[in-house]
Design a binder for this molecule. Structure first.
Ligand SMILES: [Cu+2]
Length: 165
């Protein structure tokens, strides 16, 4: 009985230390109307596997968070938040796979509103997910909810090659 409770204690301590090691990170979603800037701050964030990142909208403005179709490690998954509208709107994502996650805001893609989360170690150039045509079309369609086809110039070349006839 005595040894059993000691085992229980040790297991509990291991679980507790594991839980305690997962860290929450905040990325501020910034609209600076005075300087005409929209940005994720920090733009580059390095975290550990199992950590959670919460994006927080700082002022009333339309933003979101979405990975580029080829912007996450092969074997992992991209992510996409709902749209933020009001100050204080937020969205969290827990990263359970190592590697590099490159994301942007759809409404402000033309303003270069993008960011990178690196989980433990960066993904080598050839280690990124290779999106299927269906994935690229789905991504294009998300952008087209904001930008009409006349603005196709915003498409990365790889996307344009795959989705245009
Ligand atoms: Cu934005």
């Amino acid at each position: 009985m005595k040894s059993l409770s000691r085992v229980t204690l040790i297991v509990c301590a291991m679980v507790c230390s594991f839980v305690a090691s997962a860290t929450d990170h905040i990325v501020e979603v910034v609209t600076d109307n005075v300087n005409g800037i929209t940005a994720f701050q920090p733009k580059f964030l390095t975290i550990k596997k199992g950590d959670t990142v919460t994006w927080v909208n700082k002022v009333d403005d339309l933003h979101n968070v979405i990975t580029y179709p080829d912007g996450f490690p092969a074997g992992s998954q991209g992510f996409e938040s709902p749209y933020f509208e009001n100050a204080g709107d937020s969205w969290s994502y827990t990263f359970n796979n190592e590697g590099t996650y490159q994301y942007h805001c759809i409404p402000h893609i033309l303003m270069g509103m993008r960011g990178v989360v690196t989980v433990s170690k960066p993904t080598p150039q050839r280690g990124f997910h290779k999106p299927s045509k269906d994935e690229l079309v789905a991504y294009r369609n998300k952008l087209l909810e904001f930008f009409d086809s006349e603005e196709f110039g915003i498409m990365p070349d790889a996307v344009r090659r795959n989705v245009e006839p």
